[in-house]
Design a protein around this ligand. Structure first.
Ligand SMILES: NC(=O)NCCC[C@H](N)C(=O)O
Length: 412
C-alpha cells in the first residue's frame, strides 16, 4: 500500500485527515494598545478564553478523526539537534530587529538558557520584554541605548493563524514571504519544520515558494479548488509577481494542476486575503462576501503549449459564479452570501470572518458561532456546521480557515 505523502492537499473540501494549529500562547499577553496596529490586531484577546475557544476548535477535529498537530510541538521537535538549534536561533535573532552585538549576545544566552526546546519555542513566539535580559559590558550606543520601547524581541501573536506563513498545495508546500515585518519571522518556523522535522525531512515534499523570495504571498490567498484549479488572491498581501513564480514551479513539476485563477480583489484590511471573502464549503457551494459579487477581474494562468512561452494568460471580467462554473466544470454553483445580502449584517459578519469557513469534509464546515445569519443560511443550503465559540479569537481578524493549515486531505 503506497504511503500517503507527508503533505497531500488537492482540494478545499476533501475529508481532512491531518491539520496544523497553533494554540495561542503568551504572545497574546504581549500585545499592547500602542502595538496593536503594527501587530495586526484590532483588540487584545483575553488569553485564557482564547485558549478555551481554541481547544474547542481542536476538539472538533479530534471528534471527526482528524489528527491535530501543533506548530509549537513540530518546531520544538525540529530543533532537537544542537547544530540545527544554533542555526535557527542565529536566523531568528538576525531577523528580530535587535541592534547591538552585546544585546544580541545577551539574547542568544537567554534563549540558550532554556533547557527544553518546547519552552524555548514558546519564549521565541512570546517575544522578550526588555526587563527579561540584562546587557552586561555594553560596547556600543545600540547596546547601551535604553529606548522606552518595551520589547527586545517583538511578540508573534498572529502565529495562531497557521493558514498564512506557509501553505499545503498538492504534495508540496509554499513557504511565504509575508507582507509585514511582524509576520515574516513566522515563516522561519515553517522553514525549519519542513526541512528538519522527521515527518517531513526526507518525505519528498516539494517546495513551491521560498521565504527569501522578494515578492510577497500569504496562505490566506491560496485556495486549492480542485486537483486542477487553484485560486489565488492578488490582494493587500499577495503580489502578482509572486503568483508568476509559484505558477512556474508548480507547472514545471508536472502536478495535476492545470490552471491558476488569480483574482484581483480590493486591497484593504477587511479583505486582506481571498479567504476572507470567499471559501469553498461543498462540491459546488461557496460562501461569498456580497461586496465582491458582481463582475470580478480574474486572470487564468495556464501552462502554455507554445514554444518559448511559459504561460497562456487570459484576463476576464465576469461574475464569480460563472467563473467557477466554467473552470470547475460545474453545472450550477451556489453562492451563499455572508450576512445574507449587502449591508449592515454582511459587513459585521464578514469583519468577524463569516466567510472564512473551514471544510473538514464535503458539505461540513467549521464556523464561528457569532456569525448566526451566515450560519443559518449555510444550514438552509444543507451544509453541516461545526460551530465553535469565537469572542476572543476573532479579535485577531481571522476565522476557522485562517487558524488552520491542512496537511492531509483525502482525495475526492
Ligand atoms: N487567512 C487569513 O485571513 N488570516 C487572517 C490573518 C489575521 C492577521 N491579524 C493578519 O492581519 O495577518
Amino acid at each position: 500500500m503506497l504511503k500517503t505523502p507527508a503533505i497531500d492537499v488537492y482540494s478545499e473540501i476533501g475529508k481532512l485527515k491531518k491539520v496544523l494549529l497553533r494554540r495561542p500562547g503568551s504572545e497574546i499577553e504581549n500585545i499592547t494598545p500602542d502595538l496593536m496596529d503594527r501587530l495586526l490586531f484590532d483588540d487584545i484577546p483575553y488569553l485564557e478564553v482564547a485558549r478555551q475557544e481554541h481547544d474547542a476548535f481542536a476538539e472538533i477535529f479530534r471528534r471527526n478523526d482528524v489528527e491535530v498537530v501543533y506548530l509549537e510541538d513540530l518546531a520544538a521537535q525540529s530543533i532537537q539537534a544542537e547544530e540545527i538549534r544554533a542555526l535557527f536561533l542565529e536566523e531568528f535573532i538576525a531577523e528580530s530587529g535587535i541592534r547591538g552585538d552585546m544585546k544580541k549576545a545577551a539574547v542568544l544566552d537567554y534563549f540558550q538558557s532554556f533547557e527544553d526546546t518546547r519552552t524555548l519555542i514558546d519564549k521565541m513566539m512570546a517575544g522578550i520584554r526588555k526587563e527579561e535580559v540584562f546587557i552586561a559590558n555594553p560596547k556600543s550606543l545600540s547596546d547601551i541605548m535604553d529606548s522606552d520601547y518595551p520589547f527586545l524581541i517583538d511578540p508573534m501573536p498572529n502565529l495562531y493563524f497557521t493558514r498564512d506563513p506557509f501553505a499545503s498545495v498538492g504534495t508540496g508546500v509554499t513557504i511565504h514571504h509575508m507582507r509585514t515585518v511582524t509576520r515574516q519571522r513566522e515563516t522561519l518556523f515553517g522553514k525549519y519544520i519542513f526541512k528538519y522535522h522527521p515527518d517531513f525531512r526526507d518525505s519528498g515534499i516539494k517546495f513551491w515558494y521560498d521565504r527569501d523570495e522578494q515578492y510577497c504571498i500569504e496562505g490566506g490567498d491560496i485556495l486549492v479548488l480542485s486537483d486542477k484549479v487553484i485560486a489565488i488572491g492578488i490582494s493587500e498581501r499577495t503580489d502578482a509577481a509572486a503568483i508568476d513564480l509559484f505558477a512556474s514551479r508548480l507547472f514545471a513539476d508536472g502536478q495535476s494542476f492545470e490552471v491558476i485563477l488569480a483574482f484581483d480583489i480590493p486591497k484593504s484590511r477587511a479583505y486582506m486575503h481571498l479567504d476572507t471573502v470567499f471559501t469553498m464549503v461543498d462540491h459546488a457551494t461557496f460562501t461569498i462576501h456580497p461586496e465582491i459579487e458582481g463582475p470580478l477581474t480574474v486572470y487564468s494562468i495556464k501552462k502554455s503549449t507554445k514554444k518559448g512561452t511559459e504561460f497562456d494568460i487570459e484576463k476576464e471580467t465576469m461574475e464569480l459564479k460563472r467563473i467557477l462554473e466554467r473552470y470547475l466544470e460545474l453545472e450550477e454553483v451556489t453562492l451563499i452570501r455572508c450576512g445574507g445580502k449587502r449591508g449592515i449584517d454582511a459587513g459585521r459578519e464578514q469583519w468577524n470572518d463569516g466567510s472564512n469557513t473551514l471544510a473538514i469534509a464535503p458539505g461540513e464546515v467549521v464556523v464561528y458561532a457569532r456569525n448566526h445569519i451566515t450560519n443559518h443560511l449555510l444550514e438552509e443550503n444543507g451544509i453541516r456546521l461545526h460551530v465553535m465559540p469565537s469572542s476572543e479569537l476573532s479579535r485577531g481578524r481571522g476565522g476557522p480557515r485562517c487558524m488552520s493549515m491542512p496537511l492531509i486531505r483525502e482525495r475526492l
